[in-house]
Design a protein around this ligand. Structure first.
Ligand SMILES: NC(=O)c1ccc[n+]([C@@H]2O[C@H](COP(=O)([O-])OP(=O)(O)OC[C@H]3O[C@@H](n4cnc5c(N)ncnc54)[C@H](O)[C@@H]3O)[C@@H](O)[C@H]2O)c1
Length: 327
């Protein structure tokens, strides 16, 4: 294990951030979380210190960065609903870009130079080819994806101008939960397939809508790449170590590399839970490509990242245990 470091996790009370906090604590690091609790829960923190506040609050950031010596920052705080970003882009650019810029500038001014930023497959827009590697054109088709693309651009320019070092990690679909079911996914509103389908199977939601059965895929439903949230957290720790070891600023795509269709996910859920998933067919949604699958070979090669929970069955099993536990 590397020497203990002190990390700031912004958005550490949310779904992915809370698994990151767990991963850092397991690795023996000290953790401070900054979260405004707008979409997260303090119960999600399995340890560390919580500071409740907004990541765009420069006065608070100056106080935090003067009061602690952070070896790095992991930035998960963001608004995440694609549909909402289309009808209210101001809200998304304000939170995801303006506040993030304030935070990055504060890091720079305080001489903290290791940032891991949560980006997304949405920076790519309509795929030109799959699996999608880092060189794929970035043409986001909604303000959510554009907001992440803008921050990636800011990070590139900060590196060129100030030598500010960062790694942006573009996740495809985060899924699963802590194998001990202490924490898991709990967005409000929920828009992700696996929790929606599990909740439909439990009768907590109406029938799940399957958007399109006429795609050019083996069973006609869309294919997506699901990566276990603990595997994502491991990649962040490896990316931090990469920067601490002098690695240059870069971006990595993070995914399973294997796509699963909506129907395959539903079949797996029925197998794991032993319950039928009530589902009804609905028309295709605008902007939903047939396939979105990551080529994560650069992260594997450069960081030595090896996802542990690559099979869909295990991902669903962990999500199901969490869903039962949260009741
Ligand atoms: N969930 C996915 O599948 C997925 C896929 C690709 C990218 N991402 C990115 O990963 C990150 C985390 O996603 P998540 O699913 O854990 O989301 P989440 O909503 O569960 O967590 C976000 C956390 O940030 C906090 N937050 C939001 N705005 C804040 C602010 N201004 N100041 C301080 N805290 C604030 C929220 O309270 C919440 O705890 C996001 O940046 C998201 O864009 C997620």
């Amino acid at each position: 294990m590397s020497k203990s470091k002190k990390l700031l996790v912004i958005g550490g009370c949310g779904y992915i951030g809370s698994h990151m906090v767990k991963c850092l604590l397991n690795a023996g690091h000290d953790v401070v979380v900054l979260d405004d609790l707008s979409a997260g829960y303090k119960e999600n923190m399995l340890g560390g210190e919580l500071v409740v506040g907004d990541c765009g609050d420069r006065v608070l950031l100056d106080r935090l960065f003067s009061g602690h010596h952070f070896d790095g920052v992991l930035h998960f705080a963001s608004l995440i609903q694609v549909g909402e970003s289309v009808v209210n882009p101001a809200k998304y650019y304000q939170c995801n870009v303006a506040k993030t810029l304030t935070m990055i500038e504060a890091m720079k001014d305080h001489g903290i130079g290791a940032l891991i930023f949560s980006s997304t497959a949405a920076v790519f827009g309509e795929p030109v080819y799959t699996p999608i590697n880092e060189a794929h054109p970035r043409q986001p088709i909604n303000p959510y994806g554009m907001s992440k693309h803008m921050v990636e651009t800011i990070l590139r320019d900060f590196d060129r101008a100030y030598g500010f070092r960062s790694v942006a990690l573009r996740y495809f679909n985060a899924a699963g939960a802590d194998p001990e079911a202490r924490i898991g996914e709990g967005h409000e509103p929920e828009t992700h397939l696996i929790p929606l389908a599990l909740q439909a199977a439990l009768g907590k939601r109406p029938a799940l809508k399957v958007f399109g059965r006429d795609y050019d895929t083996p069973d006609g439903t869309c294919i997506r790449d699901y990566i276990h949230v603990d595997d994502l957290a491991d990649a962040h720790l490896l990316a931090l170590e990469y920067l601490w070891n002098g690695g240059a600023s870069t971006v990595f795509n993070l995914g399973n590399g294997e796509g699963f269709s909506v129907q395959e996910v539903l079949n797996t859920i029925e197998r794991v839970t032993g319950k039928p998933v009530p589902a009804e067919d609905a028309p295709r949604r605008e902007g939903d490509p047939a396939r979105l699958v990551a080529d994560a070979s650069t992260a594997k090669l450069t960081l030595g990242w090896k996802p542990q929970y690559a099979d869909l069955e295990t991902i669903v099993q962990h999500a199901w245990q969490w869903e039962l536990k949260r009741g």
